[in-house]
Design a protein around this ligand. Structure first.
Ligand SMILES: *[C@@H]1O[C@H](CO)[C@@H](O)[C@H](O)[C@H]1NC(C)=O
Ligand SMILES: *[C@@H]1O[C@H](CO)[C@@H](O)[C@H](O)[C@H]1NC(C)=O
Length: 434
């Protein structure tokens, strides 16, 4: 009943809200600036409804940090921000709106670091007779390429290789957990950033995973793949982050992800964070086991070929290798079948010894085997020919040398004949060699 009355009161107040024109802030290049409540730092008036519309080019992102924050506190009865509040709406690349919680009171909120290029900040005030200074927020427009991976922390200093990032133009890579394949560090958070060209996406395949004996031991160690273009509140509201679906978490070992397609992830855009979080090291029961930790292969994907060879996103796969895809059937014979995604990958990734197509599709490395056979056969044949040539040459050389020796010997014998007419030994010796 009381809540209802407040709602009615609020609605009446809103109807009287003063006109506060939408403030458009747009910059296509990196910049920084401030947004403030009307009249800041003087107390704001009642009946305000202001919107700040911040936009930038798609290659940039917007971040907000709160410099000063003093709004009316939460309503004591409903524990909600009713009198005045700030609402941050992040619009993602797909046009979806992510509405944050209402912010009020005088606790300075955590920074909001989005990976998006469109944000709206709404300020509503309905409370009369209250003296609050309002807010001052710094917005920063940054180039998306300049955003680094979140910080890593290593619990045991003797390990290395905790976190990192791909290099510009890289098309494929491998990520190993620190200490792989023997162990992994405890109390650590390792963040790896994979960033490819804006037109590309990232396909991640888990080659090996062994973190804990059971899948329930997520606290011990877990591997998470975070799609970089989700709206993420770094370090602030955990609840909001975990409600996002564009995240894949892996615990235990690969035994629990035996079905095809379970050990891979295709990003929605060109950025992904791979995160290893550990509290403890490997379980004692795992000591001595092979390949503890994880190994990941990632590939920059140029496009996806859908059914009927229609290219998704209008990206032609010209001069690229198109993975064959094929079908995956749950049961042999008359089971349920689905076709695998056909990735377009850079032609330099074909026959590089790493399989870059989706799980179960080995087409990029398939005909390399026969190619190898042909190469090694050709090589073997040349070797044989070469050996024969050498043998023939040596034989010729030996024959010629023996002939020379014989000629010398014969001359010596002929000289001897002049002195001694009866010497048959040397003639007999010549005969076997003709
Ligand atoms: C904010 O700017 C975008 C892009 O210019 C526009 O489409 C949108 O309607 C604006 N929002 C408001 C509330 O004015
Ligand atoms: C874990 O690491 C953090 C810093 O990264 C440190 O503050 C904390 O004391 C460590 N905890 C243990 C149990 O080692």
């Amino acid at each position: 009943m009381i809540d209802y009355l407040f709602l009615v009161y609020q609605l009446i107040q809103l109807a009287h809200a003063s006109f506060c024109p939408v403030k458009h802030i747009h910059s296509s290049t990196p910049t920084t600036g401030f947004i403030e409540s009307p009249g800041y730092p003087s107390p704001y008036s009642a009946s305000l409804d202001c919107t700040f519309n911040i936009t930038t080019a798609a290659s940039n992102v917007i971040q907000l940090s709160f410099v000063s924050f003093d709004l009316a506190s939460k309503n004591q009865l409903s524990n909600q921000c009713l009198n005045s509040y700030l609402l941050v709406v992040v619009v993602d690349r797909h046009g979806r709106q992510h509405v944050g919680e209402r912010l009020c009171g005088n606790t300075v909120p955590s920074p909001i670091n989005t990976m998006q290029s469109w944000m709206q900040v709404q300020f509503v005030s309905t409370s009369a007779n209250q003296k609050h200074r309002g807010f001052r927020i710094q917005y920063r427009i940054l180039s998306e390429a300049a955003i680094q991976e979140p910080l890593s922390s290593l619990g045991e200093p003797m390990f290395n290789g905790c976190g990192g990032h791909s290099t510009p133009g890289q098309l494929s890579g491998e990520i190993l957990s620190p200490g792989y394949p023997n162990t992994y560090p405890k109390n650590s958070t390792c963040n790896w950033l994979i960033r490819v060209e804006a037109r590309q996406r990232i396909y991640i395949r888990i080659v090996h995973l062994h973190l804990a004996p059971t899948i329930a031991e997520c606290e011990r160690a877990s591997l998470t793949i975070i799609d970089g273009y989700k709206h993420e509140n770094f370090g602030s509201d955990k609840k909001e982050s975990s409600s996002e679906t564009s995240e894949a978490k892996f615990c235990g070992s690969q035994l629990y992800y035996s079905e095809e397609g379970m050990k891979s992830y295709l990003s929605s855009a060109n950025r992904i964070v791979v995160r290893l979080v550990t509290q403890e090291g490997p379980a004692t029961s795992m000591i001595g086991e092979e390949r503890i930790g994880f190994k990941i292969v990632w590939t920059a994907v140029e496009g996806l070929i859908g059914e009927g060879d229609v290219v998704e996103g209008g990206q032609p796969c010209k001069d690229q290798f198109v993975c064959h895809g094929g079908q995956v059937c749950v049961e042999q014979g008359h089971g349920i079948c689905a076709s695998r995604s056909r990735l377009c990958i850079h032609s330099s990734l074909v026959c590089d010894g790493i399989h870059n197509c989706v799980e179960g599709d080995f087409s990029d490395e398939q005909h390399c085997y026969s190619r190898e056979i042909i190469t090694s056969a050709a090589l073997g044949f040349s070797l044989i020919v070469l050996t024969m040539l050498i043998l023939v040459c040596c034989d010729q050389f030996r024959k010629r040398r023996r002939l020379r020796v014989l000629i010398r010997e014969r001359r010596a014998t002929e000289n001897g004949k002049c002195n001694n007419n009866n010497n048959n030994n040397s003639t007999q010796r010549i005969q076997p060699n003709r």
